[in-house]
Structure formats: structure tokens, C-alpha cells
Design a protein around this ligand. Structure first.
Ligand code: MSP
Length: 513
């Protein structure tokens, strides 16, 4: 069995409805997954929901329902979002599933048997909101910062996972592997964190305080929670303990936001895997945040954009286009509805949408609804082909390097080039002339526009799968796969039927949001 390209998102907390940040991460991962499939690779794409923990237990208590009911509701919301966004995941993991509990318990037992986990007393301060122990050092001007909410002093026994013994190994591994973390500058954050001695990781909670977790196999009075539970999802879904595992593991990419790189993904996870004698994931793709009014969009910030509102009004592809065009992967980006509208109206409705309807309209009127032959090649055709040559040479490398915002910029520069070509050739004027030369130029201009559109949407496909398919259908092109020669100008569409004139990006009917 050959190894699949295995890509994952973070699993979302089941403590609030999905927002733009969650949606973005799924779109970003979906683009990589679709691109790889187009390149002929077999892909396994995993996303899911992180369901245990105190917050879920508390919100269930408040609502007077079971924690699982809260999770079921949110799982259907998050899965609904995936469908609405046309996310092509092959698996959706929920950490309350039996397959996951079994793997978590299995690895806990293995690590316990190897002496990597031990029990000790712990005395300290605990933040319920953050579900973590905090130290005096974290006080600001003598008081606990707002983000910790209520902080209480507790003394309890817990289980700890030994991290410190792997610290030097991890530093050497990260130093030796500068491709592991994208963007690369984030490796420095990890190494900075590793300059301080690592404390062992508390991995349990007594059941009397938290029931909603996975029971420790070696002590039924405790559950494991948060990272030991959550990170393990990646190997559960890869089929840990079964024959399928080798086909998936190591993961090629864990796609995560910058807030969960250090320490969970770049420190706890590699050490857990090392202790289990499993290979490390090959790469982390670390994206920035969507901000609103300058701060991270999150449930607690209050100002959240519900992606479903935008998808309802403008369609999944417009949403996917916007978040991809406006985010330089790795950096932060401020969400603005004005910018969304301006991208929708100018790039999508005007530049791309009008171009398609113009072509279909003229095809219907002048060439019996078929793509005519390209008969001549003069300066306007040569210029457009040159622009495509330049564009196409850049696109695959940009996709491979996650520079999707730039790739979209190049594709839409080419779309503007097609519009300019149409203005120069002005087929609507040529149609008024009877001369054979003008008639040949008319046919050529429509053929050229159709071929250019076929090429323009080729690499738009991973970002805007539905619109790209639709446009291909309208110009008579085949379903797309990035096989050899497909990005070459080939006037491949001669004789193909053009579709009916249609509006691809309608103006919104009601007030936006
Ligand atoms: N449950 C953990 C992850 C466990 S992975 C083994 C978690 N959940 S989360 O719901 O808070 O976040 C899920 C993902 O969404 C994270 O990668 C996070 O960075 C991302 N985002 C949450 N808010 C975000 C923005 N405002 N902008 C972009 N992405 C952000 O962390």
C-alpha cells in the first residue's frame, strides 16, 4: 500500500459555534488537499471536533443537558459548515468516539508502562476559564489577568508526562529540520520557548472535578483531558494500531493557527510521538488570525463573523475566494465587510462574471453557440498568450509554497488581460463587418476568450471548485486534472457547445449581513 498524502486541521473546541477563523482553516486545508489531488496524489484529509473538557461540562450543566448532547449539537453545526464550504474532508473525528478513546487509553497505558507517566502531588492556582494551572509569575500588578477568569488555589494528586528528558532531542530535531514549520520564522518561537527548562505536563484531572474526559486505564479515579486527548486524534484517524496506519502516518501537514503551535503542537506532540517511538509529522502549516477591530476573532471577543451568513448570500466559492485572497498564510488579516463587497463586486462579478457572460452572449449570437476555430494569430493573441505563459509558469510553484493570495492575484491579472483582449478585438464590432478578415478575427477572438477562460480557471479550481467546474462546463471544457499539458495553450475547445448566458455572481438581493 502506498503512502497517502495525509493532511489535518486542528480539531475545533465544542464550546461555541463556528466562526470565520474556523472556516478559514478548513478552506486553507481544503485548498492544499484539492491541489494535491489534482497533482495526482492520493489524499486523506481529516478534520474534527475536540469534545472533552471543563467548559463543555459546564455549559451542559447550565443548559441542563448531557455534555454529549452539547457536543452532538455542535458537531452537526461544524459538519454543516464543512458541507456549506464544500470542504472535501475524507474523515471527521469526534474525540468522544470509541475509536478515539481506545487509542488514547492504549497510548496512555504504553507510556505508563514505560515509566513516562508518573503520579505526583500538585499544589497551585487553577484557572477555570483557561482550564489550566497558572503561576504567580503570570499575575499582572498583583492580580490575575482577565483572560484567566476566576482563579482558585487547589492541591491535588495528578499524573504527569515527562517532557524534560526530551528537551535536547527536540531542540536538535527542530534545528536540523528547517522545513518542518511553515512559515519558517515560527521555528524561532519554538526554539525560544525551549530555552527555558520544560516542566512535565499534567495530563489528568480527578473525576470529582472533571468527569467529561477519557478515563485513565491505570487509574479509574482520573480522566485525561485537553492536549493528551486532542493531539492523539491525528493518529486515531490515521488508523493507529491497524494495518491502515502505515498508509497515513506520518502526517504530511498539520494545519493549525499560530496560537496552538507552541507548546502543544511543536513541543508536546513531538515528545509524545518520540516516547511512543513513532515518526514525527513532516510539517506544520501555521496560519495567522482573522482579526476584528484589531484583536483575534473568537467566541470571547464577541465580534465574530458567522461564515454561514456570507455563504448564504454570496455562495461558498465567493467566501473561499475572499479569505484566500486576503490572507497571506502565516500573517494576520483584519476582516472587513467593505473589502469583502469590493472583492465580490470587482474581481468576481465584474472581471470574471461579466467576462463569462459576455463570451456566452456573443457565442449565442455570432457562432451558433459553439466555440469557433482560432484562425489567425496577431498581436492581441500573441500578447495574451505571452501573459498566460508568464502566469502559468508561476502558478504551480506559488501553490506549492502556500502563496495562494499571490496565485489568485496572478490569475485575476490574467482575467483582466482577457478582458483587455476582448476590448481590443471588440468582437461585437467585428460582427458588423462582412469581410472575410473581420469574420476570421471574430471567430478567433471568441475561440481565444474561451481557451483563455479554460486556462484561467484551471488553477482556480482548488480555491473555487464549484465556479471553476461551472465555467468549464459553460465553455465546453472537460473536468480538470493537472496532468501534463493541461496548462498549455492548445485551442482545445473548437466545436464545443457553449452554455446559456448566466449570471455567476448575482448582486445581493437584500442588505448584506
Ligand atoms: N481544540 C483546539 C485544537 C486541538 S488540535 C489537536 C483548539 N480549538 S479552537 O476551536 O480554539 O481552534 C481551532 C483552530 O481554529 C485553531 O487552529 C485556531 O488557531 C483556529 N482559529 C480560531 N480562531 C481563529 C481566528 N480568529 N483566526 C484564524 N484561525 C483561528 O484550539
Amino acid at each position: 500500500m502506498s503512502k497517502k498524502f495525509y493532511i489535518t486541521t486542528a480539531i475545533d473546541y465544542a464550546n461555541g459555534s463556528p466562526h470565520l477563523g474556523h472556516a478559514y482553516e478548513k478552506v486553507l486545508t481544503d485548498i492544499v488537499a484539492r491541489f494535491r489531488r489534482m497533482m495526482g496524489e492520493e489524499v486523506k484529509f481529516l478534520t474534527g471536533l475536540d469534545e472533552h473538557g471543563q467548559k463543555v461540562q459546564m455549559s451542559a450543566q447550565k443548559l441542563g443537558v448531557s455534555p454529549l448532547e452539547v457536543c452532538d449539537r455542535l458537531a452537526s453545526e461544524f459538519q454543516g459548515l464543512c458541507r456549506a464550504l464544500r470542504i472535501s474532508n475524507d474523515d471527521y473525528i469526534r474525540t468522544t468516539e470509541e475509536r478515539h478513546k481506545a487509542v488514547v487509553q492504549d497510548i496512555l497505558q504504553k507510556l505508563y508502562d514505560k515509566g513516562e507517566i508518573y503520579k505526583a502531588d500538585y499544589n497551585g492556582y487553577y484557572s477555570v476559564r483557561q482550564e489550566q494551572f497558572v503561576t504567580e509569575k503570570e499575575k499582572v500588578d498583583g492580580t490575575w489577568p482577565e483572560i484567566f477568569g476566576e482563579v482558585t488555589e487547589v492541591t491535588e494528586s495528578n499524573y504527569f508526562f515527562k517532557l524534560a528528558r526530551y528537551q535536547d532531542w527536540l531542540i536538535d530535531t527542530i534545528r536540523a529540520n528547517d522545513q518542518m514549520i511553515y512559515p519558517r520564522f515560527r521555528s524561532a518561537d519554538v526554539l525560544q520557548f525551549l530555552k527555558e527548562p520544560l516542566n512535565d505536563l499534567c495530563i489528568s484531572r480527578p473525576k470529582e472535578r472533571l468527569e467529561w474526559g477519557i478515563e485513565l486505564p491505570f487509574d479509574p479515579d482520573f480522566v485525561t483531558y485537553v492536549w493528551f486527548d486532542a493531539l492523539t486524534n491525528y493518529i486515531t484517524a490515521a488508523g493507529y494500531g491497524t494495518d491502515a496506519f502505515e498508509q497515513h502516518w506520518p502526517a504530511d501537514y498539520h494545519v493549525i493557527g499560530k496560537d496552538i503551535l507552541v507548546p502543544p503542537h511543536a513541543v508536546y506532540w513531538p515528545i509524545m510521538l518520540k516516547a511512543l517511538e513513532l515518526p514525527l509529522p513532516k510539517h506544520f502549516l501555521v496560519h495567522g488570525w482573522w482579526l476584528s477591530s484589531g484583536s483575534k476573532m473568537s467566541k470571547s471577543s464577541g465580534e465574530v463573523i458567522n461564515p454561514l451568513d456570507l455563504i448564504d448570500q454570496f455562495g461558498a466559492d465567493a467566501f473561499r475566494y475572499f479569505v484566500t485572497r486576503e490572507m497571506n498564510v502565516g500573517q494576520d488579516s483584519e476582516f472587513s465587510l467593505d473589502l469583502f463587497m469590493s472583492r465580490y463586486n470587482s474581481d468576481l462579478a465584474n472581471d470574471l462574471g461579466n467576462l463569462v457572460s459576455r463570451l456566452l452572449n456573443m457565442g449565442g449570437r455570432y457562432t451558433e453557440g459553439r466555440v469557433p476555430p482560432a484562425e489567425i494569430e496577431e498581436a492581441p493573441e500573441k500578447q495574451l498568450k505571452e501573459l498566460w505563459l508568464k502566469t502559468s509558469a508561476e502558478l504551480v510553484p506559488l501553490f506549492e509554497d502556500f502563496q495562494f493570495h499571490k496565485a489568485l492575484d496572478r490569475i485575476f491579472t490574467f482575467v483582466s488581460g482577457i478582458n483587455r483582449y476582448a476590448e481590443t478585438r471588440a468582437p461585437w464590432k467585428l460582427a458588423k463587418s462582412e469581410t472575410p478578415a473581420d469574420q476570421a478575427a471574430l471567430r478567433t477572438s471568441l475561440a481565444t476568450m474561451a481557451e483563455a477562460l479554460r486556462l484561467a480557471v484551471a488553477l482556480l479550481t482548488p480555491v473555487m471548485p464549484e465556479i471553476s467546474d461551472k465555467i468549464r462546463g459553460l465553455v465546453g471544457a472537460e473536468n480538470f486534472e493537472l496532468i501534463e499539458g493541461q496548462l498549455e495553450w492548445g485551442n482545445r475547445l473548437e466545436g464545443k457547445a457553449l452554455g446559456e448566458k448566466t449570471i455567476l455572481f448575482p448582486r445581493p438581493e437584500r442588505k448584506v449581513l
